[in-house]
Design a protein around this ligand. Structure first.
Ligand code: DC
Length: 216
């Protein structure tokens, strides 16, 4: 890593609690929280909007070439716009949940988004959450955390949020894909959040960072 900025990598399966933890951890440490999943979701939303079949990689890559994707920051959180439209609630639409894993398995697309994820570190210290942050985006960072939770707990969390999301199916696709599959990267500290409160998980993540050599 040539940047002088620090990256905290938080990976884990869907609904493991990693977004909430990343957000709180970033706020308490004064870092910017970057939600990399939002980028894959944004492209998925645009592809569906354009009437393109997400299961057709060639068509997705062609459409991608015409997309203007802008990643930003606002009040300590990452933002994403496509073709000048700032995307927010659209990212959680059920059709996005259903199709994002297909889109995320396209190597050309991942390459473009990973470059944008790394670019954040040129500007600021980050807590970035996703599936391949410790393994691919910032493999050199010593600050790697993997947040897990049982399948039952994760499914319950999603339905409590009122969201239709087949988390188990999405995880299977995200873990089995050829490029950058979800996995525990070497050196990561694993936190099982199944029986922890949000506060408890954030505290465990902070403790993990200190163990990994983080200095507040
Ligand atoms: O974190 P999330 O559930 O919002 O992510 C949505 C999807 O994006 C997830 O099912 C897989 C993909 N993703 C990815 O492949 N790599 C990342 N770093 C982040 C998300």
């Amino acid at each position: 890593m040539t940047s002088s900025h620090r990256a905290v990598a938080i990976d884990g399966p869907a609904a493991s609690g990693k977004s909430t933890v990343a957000k709180r951890l970033a706020a308490s440490l004064g870092l910017v929280m970057v939600n990399s999943g939002a980028m894959y979701r944004a492209v998925t939303w645009q592809i569906l909007q354009d009437g393109i079949d997400p299961a057709d990689p060639e068509a997705v890559i062609q459409a991608l070439a015409k997309m203007t994707i802008v990643c930003g920051m606002e009040e300590g959180l990452s933002t994403i716009s496509i073709n000048d439209r700032l995307l927010t609630s659209e990212l959680r639409a059920p059709e996005v949940n259903d199709n994002v894993s297909k889109i995320a398995s396209i190597p050309e697309l991942r390459e473009r988004l990973v470059a944008m994820q790394r670019a954040y570190l040129e500007e600021t210290d980050v807590v970035m959450e996703g599936r391949d942050i410790g393994s691919v985006v910032f493999p050199e960072t010593p600050f790697k955390i993997y947040i897990d939770a049982s399948e039952e707990v994760r499914a319950a969390r999603r339905s409590k949020d009122g969201e239709a999301d087949a988390v188990a199916a999405r995880d299977a696709q995200d873990s089995q894909r050829k490029v950058s599959p979800l996995k525990i990267s070497e050196g990561a500290i694993v936190i099982d959040s199944s029986d922890l409160t949000i506060e408890g998980t954030v505290a465990a993540a902070h403790e993990a960072l200190l163990k990994l050599g983080w200095e507040d």
